[in-house]
Design a protein. Structure first.
Length: 338
């Protein structure tokens, strides 16, 4: 069991065993606990459900070092690396089992190693939290705009206020899949917010800092840190997902950046074929660039941009007192939102 009964104002580092490998070595999940002036609420921070998503790992390590427990109202339980086997192999999944941990919750006590990791993480950490932030990044070569990703499934819909508390310009609202952490936890009454920052396989200071700001905003919003969260007074809830794929093979040159607002028909990049011909990539709808490809070589059919259309978009008002900052996406996009 994880150790939660530490003294006020203290920090603790520990690990729990979840399985054993072929050579007898242990699979252990590392964790940190920071006890503030009160025991509750308990905030769970976790990263690396996918082993190559590194920005969230750094966010957690920095926060654990920088935060003064006596300035925290409640307890922080942090798991910097959940999928330890995938992390060791620097891959999205464990290279042996090749299973997506974020489709295996709540896991199985007597399952394979991936299912055991899901089971122990869910029962030892998630069930003991009042709420959580699940830090993610885009896959290899997929750079993502910082945003909360609110997922629905069947009759389950998340409470959007938890996503608003991150303070991002946009929230992506869409249907998820069975076995995802935030859906599985949410159905049990534990709100766990998926927070996307940057891309896999590399640390990026901008996105690390955005992650730290988002976590601190969340903590201030719910009274775990003093001060006002810094966020837009109005955020955009977007549902219209468009994956743009390469129509030819060659080298992709992006002309757009994540967070750009584009009109239908605007050029977001081009592919230069090996014979020198340029094939332009255009926006299908009025939208914002949620993600862009950072790997230059493309085959026909490769994804190159991830857009969020302004069709059926909603503007969400912040209901608490906050330190207001500009929403640069909304400033350019409001004319497209009916």
């Amino acid at each position: 069991m994880i150790k939660l009964d530490i003294d006020e104002g203290k920090k603790y580092r520990g690990k729990i065993k979840v399985a054993e490998l072929e050579d007898g070595s242990k699979v252990e999940i590392p964790y940190f606990v920071m006890r503030g002036r009160r025991r509750r609420p308990i905030l769970l921070l976790n990263a690396a459900l996918h082993g190559d998503e590194l920005n969230g790992v750094e966010v957690i390590m920095r926060l654990f070092e920088e935060l003064n427990p006596m300035e925290v109202n409640g307890t922080i339980v942090a798991v910097p690396v959940v999928n330890v086997l995938a992390f060791r192999s620097r891959d999205r999944f464990d290279v042996i089992e090749k299973r997506d941990l974020n489709r295996k919750f709540p896991g199985k006590k007597d399952g394979n190693v991936t299912e055991k990791i899901a089971y122990h993480f869910f029962n030892e950490f998630v069930k003991k939290a009042d709420f959580g932030i699940d830090l993610h990044a885009g896959m290899k070569g997929h750079l993502l705009l910082p945003h909360g990703r609110a997922r629905t499934l069947g009759d389950y819909a998340p409470k959007l206020e938890y996503y608003q508390a991150l303070g991002t310009d946009i929230i992506f609202y869409h249907e998820g899949e069975k076995g995802m952490l935030n859906i599985t936890a949410g159905k049990r009454g534990i709100p766990v917010v998926c927070f996307e920052i940057g891309e896999a396989d590399r640390l990026d200071e901008f996105y690390i800092n955005e992650g730290i700001k988002g976590v601190k905003n969340f903590m201030k919003y719910f009274g775990m840190l003093s001060g006002l969260p810094e966020m837009p007074a109005r955020q955009i809830l977007l549902q219209g997902y468009i994956e743009t794929r390469a129509s030819v093979g060659g080298m992709f040159y992006s002309k757009a950046r994540v967070g750009d607002v584009v009109k239908k028909g605007d050029v977001i990049g081009y592919i230069r074929k090996i014979n020198g011909k340029k094939v332009y990539v255009k926006a299908e709808k009025n939208s914002t660039v949620m993600g862009i490809r950072t790997l230059s070589a493309v085959r026909e059919g490769d994804p190159i941009a991830w857009m969020l259309s302004f069709e059926n978009a909603e503007i969400l008002e912040i209901k608490k007192k906050v330190k207001i900052r500009r929403n640069r996406i909304l400033e350019k996009a409001e004319k497209f939102i009916k």
